[in-house]
Design a protein around this ligand. Structure first.
Ligand code: NAD
Length: 489
């Protein structure tokens, strides 16, 4: 069965291109999928435009749209095992982590389904004139291009598809070319749930070939993108000539601040999880460990001792606690950041190389790495390496901790550890980040907005604001007793 989904039909690429997908854990072929080109991209946008302008979806009552999302949530739970396996084969991530993602994805569809069913977004305005009926309604934006990355392929897709459909939009989805499978499975579920033809379209292919045209096409009203900062800047510029709405979820270089009074064991445990989860390929990874001076030696010694023991392995290795990187190219990028950090004076405490284990030689593995004595100017501290690399900096007091934490172009997330609740409140309000965790790291819920300050992005996903991204408020003013006004009498 072909894998592009355009105007309600499964189809191969017009020019017959395909792409082979291999598992990053061991290089085994996963599948060969259709690879769209510009003609397919144009057809998908045309289908979404027609479905928006003439099709039933934007005119379907909100409660009915919400019920479709709730059905999708049920189907996702039913098919969880297939989805999790497909996600793990594409990404190399542990099966148990993919299973957690699938639960989160079902919850996301359920959250937006219930939010849309609840309605209540219409606002009546009291103009002071009883003859005037004035209200603000929320309409869909139109045709949405949804472009997603490879690290949490279906999760990032769900954060866009659920609110876009819930609000009554039509969309063209382009997942990362490296991880297409769960997007294919999701489109099958949307079809099964009864989404009308053209309302949801799927393009598989590279950013340059099919991503770019769906960010410039004048028939597209909104581009919602999750991915790297450089691509985000490019997309913002590409969308400018036609003044598209944009929503950007970009990278992070997130601080994890440990004050001297923190609960030592818990803070060490979370410092490891914050950065080495999914081999650091997490936008909110706590990659910059900031430790208070007096705690530094003991804390970093313990982090290093435990980082050395983290077992690596493929998706189905039950002993593994983290997996491979997505590609050889990505591993090479991380290696060059570590080399630059060492050249700039960082001290390698563990990792900094590929594992020796012969069983891992066919995958893109890299050992959990701790670089101590880092300083803010180093590229490994400044840039998002997006790998299992923790940089350590020391601070003397609260002011220095906040200054170091905020010394980044990013502003996605950050964590802090202290038993002093007043200190925690002060620091949380001083951090310029879209999410702050106090004595925790990484949790999120679909009810709470997610997104970044500064160059971590534009707009928010999840929560009511995550639905509002896909809506246009419209003010409708009805004069129930019109009379000549004689302005020009
Ligand atoms: P990427 O920017 O390389 O690619 C993301 C997507 O954009 C892919 O589908 C790609 O094909 C497409 N693309 C590339 N060039 C394009 C172009 N010119 N026009 C249109 N589309 C184009 O990012 P990636 O390497 O896939 O993902 C990793 C990045 O994603 C990291 O920076 C990470 O922080 C970020 N991310 C952010 C969040 C968040 O919530 N803020 C979540 C997950 C990942």
């Amino acid at each position: 069965m072909p894998e592009l989904f355009i105007d309600g039909r499964w189809t191969a690429a017009v020019d017959g291109q395909v792409r082979e997908i291999r598992c990053p854990a061991d290089g085994t072929p996963v599948a060969t999928v259709d690879e769209a080109g510009p003609k397919d991209a144009a057809a998908a946008v045309a289908a979404a435009r027609d479905a928006f302008d003439r099709g039933p979806w934007p005119r379907t009552p909100a409660a009915e749209r919400g019920r479709l999302l709730l059905r999708v949530a049920d189907f996702l739970e039913r098919d969880k095992a297939d989805f999790a396996r497909a996600e793990s084969l594409d990404t190399g991530k542990r099966l148990v982590e993919s299973e957690i993602d699938m639960d989160d994805i079902a919850n996301c569809f359920r959250y937006f389904g219930n939010l849309v069913c609840a309605g209540g977004t219409e606002r009546v305005i009291d103009t002071g004139d009883p003859a005037v009926d004035s209200r603000v309604v929320h309409e869909p934006v139109g045709v949405c291009s949804l472009i997603t990355p490879w690290n949490y392929p279906l999760l990032q897709t769900a954060w866009k598809v659920a609110p876009a459909l819930g609000a009554g939009n039509t969309f063209v989805l382009k997942p990362s070319e490296l991880t297409p499978h769960t997007a294919i499975l999701l489109m099958r579920l949307l079809e099964e749930a009864g989404l009308p033809p053209g309302a949801g379209n799927l393009l598989l292919g590279s950013g340059a070939t099919v991503g770019a045209p769906i960010t410039t096409d004048e028939r597209v009203d909104l581009v919602s993108f999750t991915g790297g900062l450089v691509t985000g800047r490019r997309i913002m510029a590409a969308a400018a000539p036609t003044v598209k709405k944009i929503a950007l979820e970009l990278g992070g270089k997130n601080p994890n601040i440990v004050f001297a009074d923190a609960d030592f064991d818990t803070a060490v445990d979370y410092a490891l999880m914050a950065v080495f989860l999914h081999s650091g390929q997490v936008c909110s990874a706590g990659a910059r460990l900031l430790v208070q001076q007096e705690l530094h030696d003991a804390f970093v010694d313990e982090v290093v001792a435990r980082a050395r023991e983290i077992p690596l392995g493929g998706p189905f290795d039950e002993n593994a606690r983290t997996g491979p990187l997505i590609s050889e190219e990505h591993r090479a990028k991380i290696e060059s950041y570590v080399a630059a950090g060492l050249a700039e004076g960082a001290v390698l405490r563990c990792g900094g190389r590929r594992p020796d284990d012969t069983a891992l030689q066919n995958g893109f593995y890299y050992l959990p790495t701790v670089l101590d004595d880092c300083t803010p100017g180093m590229s490994v501290v400044r840039d998002e390496s997006f790998g299992p690399v923790m940089t350590v900096e020391r601070f003397r007091d609260e002011d220095e901790a906040v200054a170091l934490a905020n010394d980044t172009v990013y502003g996605l997330a950050g964590g802090l550890w202290t038993q002093d609740s007043e200190l925690a409140q002060r620091v949380s309000s001083r951090l310029r980040a879209g999410t702050v965790w106090i004595n925790d790291f990484h949790p999120y819920v679909p009810q709470a907005e997610w997104g970044g300050m500064k160059q971590s992005g534009v707009g928010r996903e999840l929560g009511p604001a995550g639905l509002a991204e896909y809506q246009e408020p419209k003010h409708i003013w009805r004069n129930t007793a019109p009379r000549p006004q004689r302005w020009f009498a």
